[in-house]
Design a protein. Structure first.
Length: 84
């Protein structure tokens, strides 16, 4: 990893870290996480990891009408304020 976080983590290193994390049996939790994994070209993890290993919170937060809510809506409901 680079000591200067302002330049971020190289994509190949981020992919390797995510892959190792999942291969070691840990759980990934995110909001619309499939898009993130596809963006990193890690689609194979979606197929190989069990449903208990990749948790998409957007599937669990619904509006009062039963629709998926946006992350900003869930944040506002949980914390009682707008996100920054």
């Amino acid at each position: 990893l680079e000591p200067d976080w302002s330049i971020g983590i190289r994509v190949d290193i981020a992919c390797a870290l995510v892959r190792e994390f999942v291969d070691d049996g840990h759980v990934l939790v995110g909001w619309q996480i499939e898009g993130d994994l596809r963006g990193l070209k890690l689609e194979d993890l979606l197929a190989s990891a069990g449903p208990e290993q990749i948790v998409d919170l957007s599937e669990h937060f619904k509006t009062t009408q039963g629709n998926k809510c946006q992350l900003s809506e869930a944040y506002r409901e949980i914390f009682g304020r707008q996100g920054v």
